[in-house]
Design a protein around this ligand. Structure first.
Ligand code: 1HN
Length: 343
């Protein structure tokens, strides 16, 4: 007897394929995608007073030997529910280390930097190099470099941590290793330093001194840019990017750090790009418009400009420069040939 074939249906096909871990192109919903990039990351501003209050309280109740590897307060983006990122790619936190404390040595695949905000003469040791902190210094701890922090300065110190943790995590590349001692031994001579480096990754490691960008050099470079008025970027004012002196490329493979100076009364042109940026107000006060929201910022505040959000900055003071420190994921977006800009 001839077998009756039951007519197939799309619903039945979809159900049967689901059971076999298969899916058809028609289920992707490609036709619903917008013709521009969309993110759930929200423009957001964090007030220094809120960060600072939490940090001082953490200084009273968080013991570095018992409770935590580091005493940091993270900025969480309200557009990433349940997530830990300040954006989908980058992380900002503030770290508080009291006199006599140290943060033990470790390394991880996430790239990090510190930018010193309050205090001086504590130090970070990066792969054996002692980097003594002054306000405005930028200290890098690139992917898998050993680092520990020691505060024997006689006063507390506060710095900003920038990391690419959410990106590293999204790529399933996040791992971590404690050092075999609480603190690294310090390398003193350049010979020892060079030996250490060639053992690690000779072609790509920056020279030792370039873990550490001193504020005095940064400030001098900003002033030189300002004197040469042609150096003013229409969208960012006097913009200075921290480059890797060996490759001439970004600060670290995944991270671009920059400072920008907005002169009193200066207003930038609005634009947007497919990279995401976090700003920290190092000096001054002003207003930024980000994706239609108005952020009035003062020294110590931080704010996020998510990708493809139109933004412009305005130094509202009539007599004081504004200086913004920023961290961007542009090197990654550019490396993947996804960087676009529009005004
Ligand atoms: C870290 O290792 C430091 O070394 C700071 O100071 C912040 C945030 C998340 C994961 C590791 C540091 C961090 C961190």
């Amino acid at each position: 007897m001839k077998q009756e074939r039951i007519p197939d249906s799309l619903d039945q096909l979809n159900r049967d394929m689901t059971g076999k871990s298969l899916e058809g192109h028609w289920s992707l919903g490609l036709e619903d995608l917008p013709p521009y990039p969309v993110t759930s990351v929200q423009p957001h501003l964090w007030r220094w007073e809120d960060v600072h209050e939490s940090m001082i309280r953490a200084g009273e109740v968080v013991n570095l030997e018992q409770d935590a590897e580091r005493r940091t307060i993270r900025l969480l983006n309200p557009g990433i529910p349940g997530g830990h990122g300040t954006t989908h790619t980058i992380h900002f936190s503030f770290q508080y280390v009291k006199h006599g404390e140290y943060a033990r040595a470790h390394r991880h695949t996430a790239a990090a930097f510190r930018f010193v905000l309050h205090g001086r003469d504590a130090y970070t040791t990066v792969n054996g190099q002692k980097c003594v902190m002054e306000e405005g210094d930028l200290i890098l701890t690139p992917q898998l470099t050993w680092h520990d922090h020691v505060n024997d300065s006689g006063a507390p110190i506060i710095w900003l941590d920038g990391l690419d943790i959410p990106l590293t995590q999204a790529l399933h590349q996040l791992f971590f290793e404690p050092y075999h001692q609480e603190q690294q031994a310090l390398k003193t001579t350049s010979d020892e330093v060079a030996g250490f480096y060639s053992h690690a990754r000779p072609a790509l490691e920056p020279p030792m001194q370039f873990f550490h960008y001193k504020w005095a050099d940064t400030e001098r470079s900003l002033e030189r840019l300002r004197r040469n008025g042609a150096g003013r970027d229409p969208y960012d004012g006097y913009l200075l990017e921290f480059l890797n002196p060996v490759t001439g490329g970004p600060t670290m493979p995944t991270v671009q750090c920059a400072v920008q100076l907005l002169e009193p009364g200066h207003e930038t042109l609005p634009h947007r790009h497919t990279s995401t940026v976090i700003y920290h107000v190092y000096r001054g006060s002003g207003t930024s418009i980000v994706g239609g929201q108005v952020f009035e910022w003062r020294q110590g505040d931080s704010f996020v400009v998510p990708l493809w959000n139109q933004h412009a900055h305005f130094n509202t003071s009539s007599d004081t420069d504004a200086i913004l420190l920023s961290m961007s994921d542009a090197p990654v977006v550019k490396a993947l040939d996804l960087y676009r800009e529009a005004s």
